[in-house]
Design a protein around this ligand. Structure first.
Ligand SMILES: [Zn+2]
Length: 67
């Protein structure tokens, strides 16, 4: 990557929910990343690769496939 700072906190682009799994507590509903690291956010500290982009509109497909 570039000079992205990896801060030890949850990146706001992730949408997490609480998980009952014993290996992690929160999981992103978009990309599935979770805080696997003890005392850290793991993948959740990085920008969510599947977060819905509201600012940048690239190509909107006219498909009605909303889940
Ligand atoms: Zn995510």
């Amino acid at each position: 990557m570039n000079n992205e700072k990896v801060e030890d906190k949850l990146h706001p682009s992730h949408k997490t929910r609480f998980s009952d799994a014993s290996s992690f507590d929160e999981i992103c509903i978009h990309c599935g990343a979770h805080d696997i690291l003890l005392g850290g956010w793991g993948q959740l500290a990085l920008p969510c690769p599947k977060a819905p982009s509201k600012e940048v509109k690239k190509v909107e497909e006219p498909t009605a496939s909303k889940v």
